[in-house]
Design a protein. Structure first.
Length: 238
């Protein structure tokens, strides 16, 4: 039991690392470098040249997103593999695919920095590379949403975390997947589209906070208790 609680808390800490590095890199540093106005591609180039250290920090933060998401995916598998092996494996697989998308974004940002600082920079090329990076984050959101669905399912099956949390995660995952399509099919959706990811944000903050503070319940309830009894019986037979 103590091992399970320790695994849960380590998972929560890795998830917190993912949230912090994502917020600092994509939501804080990136807007300070990238000028989304396509009519002034030179602004992004000028920012890269003037703030090279900040741009390098942004690349490092994206690499930390990849690292923390990979570790979070692996530890979620360790946490839930006895609850539902298929769902736990899906969490790991979907999380790793999203990590690969962000790894591609980091490589694209590094290329943009090289173009900007390696001589007379090409403003249009730099702008295009930042747009590609943003789209890698956007399409990667499909798998970020997908990993929340089996995560919520495992929460529901385990009986060791609050059941409402499981439903919020499932709804958040579905909303995130839908938002990925809305971003391209209805780019002018505005706040209506942004509302789709609210359940995901609530679910993520809730689960990482619960895992860090409480770990998991020492005693599973309902279906989770029955599932644990089945697992114990299988282990005894083996």
């Amino acid at each position: 039991m103590h091992q399970l609680i320790r695994t849960a808390r380590v998972t929560g800490l890795f998830y917190l690392g993912l949230a912090v590095t994502g917020a600092l890199g994509f939501l804080t540093v990136r807007p300070m470098i990238f000028d989304a106005d396509a009519d002034d591609a030179g602004a992004t180039l000028a920012n890269l040249v003037a703030h090279e250290s900040l741009a390098r920090a942004g690349i490092a933060l994206e690499l930390l997103v990849v690292l923390t998401q990979t570790l979070t995916a692996v530890w979620f598998y360790r946490l839930f593999r006895t609850v539902d092996g298929t769902a736990a494996g899906s969490i790991a697989a979907f999380g790793l695919v999203n990590a690969v998308a962000i790894l591609g974004s980091a490589a694209v940002l590094a290329t943009a920095l090289q173009v900007a600082t390696g001589g007379p920079g090409d403003a249009d090329t730099v702008q295009m590379l930042y747009l590609v990076s943003g789209n890698l984050w956007e399409v990667g959101g499909l798998f970020f949403g997908l990993w929340l669905v089996p995560m919520g399912w495992c929460v529901l099956r385990s009986g060791r975390l609050p059941r409402p949390l499981g439903w919020v995660l499932v709804a958040g995952g579905a909303g995130y997947v839908l938002m990925t399509f809305v971003a391209y099919l209805a780019p002018g959706a505005g706040i209506a589209g942004d509302l789709l990811v609210v359940p995901a944000t609530v679910g993520e903050v809730w689960i990482l906070g619960y895992l860090i503070v409480f770990g998991v319940r020492k005693q599973a309830d309902g279906a989770g208790a029955r599932r644990q009894a089945e697992v114990d019986a299988e282990v005894t037979k083996a």
